[in-house]
Design a protein around this ligand. Structure first.
Ligand code: WAQ
Ligand code: MG
Ligand code: MG
Ligand code: MG
Length: 257
């Protein structure tokens, strides 16, 4: 038996009543870790760079171990971009190489760049037309029920590539991207953080998780994600998979990166 632990925190009022999204997190852990993981999520909501939460929703649900599927995380590539403009150009080019139509890549990029406030989840966008398919407005689709299969293996794998212990954004994003790219019909993902001090973002494709060191202006509290999907994808099945399919992410077999 595993536990899905999900947290969402807002300021001003609840998310539903228009409060400002502060922080969210999702884990899939064993019973021994449950209380410490839940406590860490509360701490995170109460001391976040986006502000202090005054509404926190913490949800714990059991997940049968038989339902869990394993996926392998993507190789990580870092591209040092001199500024945000160069970063966005490179990211857009990478989306197109992954099979997103140029018009859809451009539409996605401007949708994310033009957000008035952060989304809490991701926009799902048609990779051919660039049209947004989910109807969830500022909520977006929130991926959950995923985690690292073995924390020590994962930290070693990251360390060997020069990604240290404190890179919590990277650690979480690599796990999320692994689940997202394993979903049926997924073409690519584009992301940058809503944490004001965190300018890096990434494009995930079936081949790699490519980070760009600057995808948004330093100090901007607006971030989000876009999932570009194939035209004929069953949207309900896809969203179900992203929200409910329990996934544990393992590192590539030794010998790989
Ligand atoms: N499911 C769907 N969308 C999500 C989720 C989720 N579980 N978590 C976050 N988002 C969306 C939401 O719109 C947030 O506003 C946005 O992503 C950014 O979330 O150095 O830290 O947690 O390699 O701030 C990327 C680069 C960091 C890491 C991303 O995102 C690296 C990051 P944050
Ligand atoms: Mg978050
Ligand atoms: Mg996050
Ligand atoms: Mg954030």
């Amino acid at each position: 038996m595993l536990y899905s632990v999900r947290m969402r925190a807002a300021q001003g009022s609840t998310h539903e009543q228009g409060g400002k999204h502060i922080s969210g997190a999702e884990r899939l852990v064993s019973g021994e870790l449950l209380t410490s993981v839940a406590a860490a999520m509360l701490r995170r909501a109460l001391s976040h760079s986006r502000g202090t939460a005054d509404f926190i929703n913490l949800t714990v649900e059991t997940v049968p171990a038989e339902a869990v599927r394993e996926v392998t995380c993507l190789p990580i590539i870092t591209v040092n971009t001199p500024d945000m403009i160069a970063g966005r150009e490179s990211a857009q080019a990478m989306l197109i190489r992954a099979g997103v139509a140029p018009v859809a890549a451009a539409a996605g990029m401007s949708a994310l760049a033009g957000l008035p406030v952060s989304l809490r989840g991701a926009m799902v966008v048609n990779a051919q037309t660039g049209l947004r398919l989910d109807t969830q407005a500022e909520r977006g689709v929130r991926v959950s029920r995923m985690d690292i299969a073995d924390e020590q293996d994962y930290l070693h794998w990251l360390n060997r590539q020069g990604y240290g212990n404190n890179q919590i954004h990277l650690r979480e994003a690599v796990v999320l991207a692994a689940k997202v790219m394993s979903a049926p019909g997924m073409v690519a993902e584009l992301c940058w953080s809503d944490d004001p001090e965190y300018t890096a973002g990434y494009v995930a494709t079936p081949a790699a998780y490519t980070r760009f060191t600057q995808l948004k202006p330093h100090g901007s509290p607006i971030g989000g994600r876009i999932f570009f999907i194939q035209e004929n994808t069953d949207l309900k099945q896809l969203v179900d998979y992203l929200q409910y399919q329990p996934i544990l992410v393992k590192v590539p077999a030794a010998g790989g990166a």
